[in-house]
Design a protein around this ligand. Structure first.
Ligand code: GDP
Length: 491
């Protein structure tokens, strides 16, 4: 990347921001905790449950400061960043506890400030400010675009769209693409159609049957307040090798908009938000990938590698100093562990660890501690043993969401059922063997009846009120996540 004046101005502005943040931290210790993960990984539910537990006194035996009674109280305070929407905590809690529905998922960045009054182990009273920043993981996958030309991005995106189950989903977009001449005059209507078909293709890849993860540019599926703007209206073209875009051509127009996307969307996000985070949790819905099939699992692994790349601390280019994260703890969390019997929780954790390990070993994490956990922010199931013949099978009991179907039965959203979720694979070498797709069948191969795994969407749990106050939200290992993410800051 070329050195230029605007980078230098940015560098100075960022340094001033860092000094301001540092001063703030000195007098008012603050942790900026990023919560990310791909669409429907469980960010909204995680943040809602975490805040609810801290405000209402949840059951957190592994969160030491809380369990030993050193936390006097936690309270919400006005969110400090004027340009970022507030995380809609109150309405999310009402949806969860009163309507027994899951809250509206993350579509844009949002933030909430929680202030924790606590006592140090030596008895001194202190306050920790926790700023929780919720943002789509898809946005992290845009980082590589900054060093990629429009032409290179086009070639890569087209190659990806011709492989595996993606090819089928890209048929309509490919057919339109074949009618376009990159050297012809710029045509707004052709660009609009191309961008629409390309976005439809990305959306189809994300559908739960395919559960693809690697779908940049991130804002095409998560446009936030930029929906419909030219910076989000472009698509790959089959551009000729070793030529340059003629002035006024369709190619030049797409190229300009691609560059605008980087300037208007990607750089500001990394500069203004990502680089200011101190701690990060990355939520991963591995079970959705198991539902969909081996390609989805493979794709998820590639997306995780992309996400991990953003946390590489030791990159030495000038460009990266603008975007260098200061994050010193990263937790990868496999969510929705309540879909599994507890005997499988460790297995889920081991699978995520394996997916992350490879990427971590390729990265330079000298300054950041990394850990992995399988958790459920809100536990929607309980465990039971169900007699089948002479055997007692470990099963989980929950209420499948309305419209879910299993073994030909459609659920009404009110009936509780016991299911045998199936054992996750134990042979991880086989599961992640390079070169070979893992050997299991998912929804992307046909009907649900032939899939090896079927994790149904469940309704949130019915909460037993012990009279008066809102009851606890049950969870699995949420306290372990809290201990890793902020436990040391409450010492
Ligand atoms: P986001 O897109 O990352 O904000 O994802 P959400 O937090 O909205 O979660 C997406 C969906 O996953 C929810 O609507 C629930 O169906 C499901 N979900 C999330 N967390 C849990 C959990 O802890 N247990 C269960 N059973 N389902 C969950």
């Amino acid at each position: 990347m070329a050195f230029n004046l605007s980078d230098l101005v940015e560098e100075t502005r960022l340094s001033l921001q860092a000094i301001a943040d540092y001063g703030d931290h000195l007098f008012n210790p603050t942790v900026r905790l990023g919560v990310t993960g791909l669409s429907r990984a469980g960010k909204t539910v995680f943040i809602t449950a975490l805040i609810h537990g801290l405000l209402r006194g949840g059951r957190f035996p592994v969160f030491e400061a809380f369990a030993t009674g050193r936390i006097a109280r936690a309270r919400l305070e006005p969110q400090p960043d004027d340009a970022v929407p507030r995380f809609a905590y109150e309405s999310h809690v009402r949806t969860l506890t009163e309507q027994r529905q899951w809250p509206q998922s993350t579509t844009d960045i949002s933030e909430l400030r929680l202030v924790i009054d606590y006592q140090r182990p030596n008895g001194a009273d202190r306050t920790l400010t926790l700023d929780i920043v919720d943002y789509p993981g898809e946005w992290l996958l845009d980082l590589p675009l900054l060093t990629k030309s429009y032409e290179a991005w086009s070639v890569e995106s087209l190659a990806l769209s011709r492989a595996g189950p993606r090819a089928r989903l890209a048929t309509e977009w490919h057919a339109h693409l074949a009618t376009l001449d990159p050297l012809a005059r710029a045509d707004e209507q052709a660009t609009l159609t191309s961008a629409r078909l390309f976005t439809d293709y990305l959306r189809a890849c994300r559908d739960e049957r395919f559960a693809m993860s690697l779908l940049p540019p991130g804002r095409f599926l998560m446009p936030g307040n930029l929906a419909g703007s030219p910076a989000l209206t472009f698509a790959p073209l089959s551009v000729p090798d070793e030529a340059t875009a003629p002035n006024g051509s369709l190619w030049a127009m797409m190229q300009r908009r691609y560059e605008a996307y980087k300037d208007v969307v990607v750089r500001p996000f990394f500069r203004d938000h990502f680089t200011r985070l101190d701690r990060q949790i990355v939520l991963v819905d591995a079970l959705a990938a198991f539902n969909a099939g081996p390609e989805a699992l493979h794709d998820l692994q590639a997306a995780l590698a992309g996400i991990l790349d953003c946390f590489r601390i030791g990159r030495s280019t000038f460009f990266s100093s603008l975007l260098r994260p200061r994050i010193d703890r990263i937790l990868f969390a496999a969510t929705k562990a309540d879909h599994l019997h507890h005997t499988s929780h460790d297995r889920l954790e081991a699978i995520l660890k394996r997916m992350v390990e490879r990427a971590v070993s390729q990265a330079e994490f000298s300054r950041a501690a990394v850990d992995v956990v399988a958790l459920s922010a809100v536990r929607a199931t309980r465990e039971a043993r169900v007699q089948r013949g002479h055997e007692q099978l470990p099963s989980i009991v929950g209420t499948p969401a309305e419209g879910e179907v299993a073994n030909g039965e459609a659920f009404d959203g009110a009936t509780e059922v016991a299911t045998f979720p199936g054992d996750l694979p134990t042979n991880l070498d086989e599961l992640f063997a390079t070169g070979a797709a893992p050997d299991f069948k998912g929804l992307s191969h046909g009907t649900a009846d032939h899939a090896d795994y079927r994790f149904l969407r469940l309704r949130p749990p019915r909460l037993e009120s012990s009279g008066g106050d809102t009851p606890y939200l049950p969870h699995i290992r949420l306290d372990r996540a809290l201990q890793f993410l902020i436990g040391d800051r409450l010492q």
